[in-house]
Design a protein. Structure first.
Length: 302
């Protein structure tokens, strides 16, 4: 039998195999890797053919490793670790504290004093004047994907997608309250909503929701008889609807305070404030890049 020698295709297939094993099946691996199910299936089949081994069983009974698959998996874990160590060493050797570092976040976070973004950027500039930090705003649903695809070096997100390729590190907490405009025709209805059970509410409360997925806020919305009358793709758009008297909405406290508008009134409820834990997200294979380490250190020192 000819000796087995690893090729570049084997490395790609090996990474697919690792994802399938560690996420318990092909569908989950496809989602975490950001590829199609058919692509994962082809890679896994090609890897088994290349090795001449049956690595796993998949069918109605679920996914499981064969004894040979277990041996290959253990060896693959070791090889992945060695490859990551090699890649990190090369990247550190090539990386200088110059060039451009791309930071992405959602709108309105810049003004949050708990985030410390402005202070961190100022510290980065003083320490590394040759580095340009490019800051861009995105919807929460795409930040993780942009980091995964290397369109961003570091992302700041309030709803991590837990992608396989990324590291998530706690950043800061943002507090949200329910607000309504004083002049809104629904002021009295909304302001006293927590005093009466839903069964006694004869009229639903107009509410401005977010267009993007927000699990923690949807749990709050189920507690009250809200009627969604508008949606906003950004927090500024939602704030504008609240100021216009369209209805009530959950907004970051710091955003409302920064407007200095006395027309907005907080509606106190038993479920607010809602504290959202934000995270830094960066690629696992870039964790030791000097620029990323320096940026995170600047945030930690705020």
């Amino acid at each position: 039998m000819a000796r087995f020698l690893t090729s570049s295709y084997d490395v790609r297939h090996l990474r697919t195999f690792l994802a399938v094993v560690e996420h318990g099946g092909l569908s989950s691996a496809a989602y975490r890797l950001g590829v199609s199910l058919s692509s994962v299936s082809r890679d896994l089949s090609a890897f088994e053919t290349r090795l001449g081994l049956e690595l796993c069983r998949r069918g109605r009974s679920g996914f499981s490793l064969t004894p040979q698959g277990q041996d290959v998996y253990q060896a693959a874990v070791g090889l992945r670790s060695a490859l990551q160590s090699f890649e990190e060493t090369v990247e550190n050797t090539r990386q200088s504290l110059g060039g451009t570092l791309m930071l992405g976040t959602i709108d309105s976070v810049i003004t949050n004093p708990n985030a410390g973004i402005v202070a961190a950027l100022a510290r980065m500039h003083r320490m590394f004047p040759d580095m340009q930090v490019s800051v861009s705003m995105h919807t929460v649903s795409i930040i993780d994907m942009y980091v995964r695809d290397s369109k961003l070096d570091v992302g700041i997100t309030g709803q991590p997608e837990d992608l396989e390729q990324l590291v998530y590190e706690p950043a800061f907490i943002e507090s949200h309250q329910l607000y309504i405009a004083r002049h809104s025709p629904y002021f009295d209805l909304a302001f006293h909503m927590d005093e009466r059970p839903q069964s006694q509410m004869q009229q639903r409360i107009p509410y401005i929701a977010r267009e993007y997925r927000t699990d923690i806020f949807k749990a709050f919305e189920r507690e009250y008889p809200f009627q969604v009358v508008a949606r906003g793709s950004t927090l500024e758009a939602i704030l504008a609807s609240v100021l216009a008297g369209v209805g009530c909405a959950l907004l970051p406290s710091h955003l409302v305070q920064s407007t200095g508008d006395i027309q907005l009134v907080e509606i106190k409820t038993r479920h607010t404030p809602i504290d959202v834990q934000f995270h830094f997200a960066y690629r696992r294979d870039a964790a030791k890049r000097r620029a990323i380490r320096a940026m995170l250190d600047c945030f930690r020192k705020r």
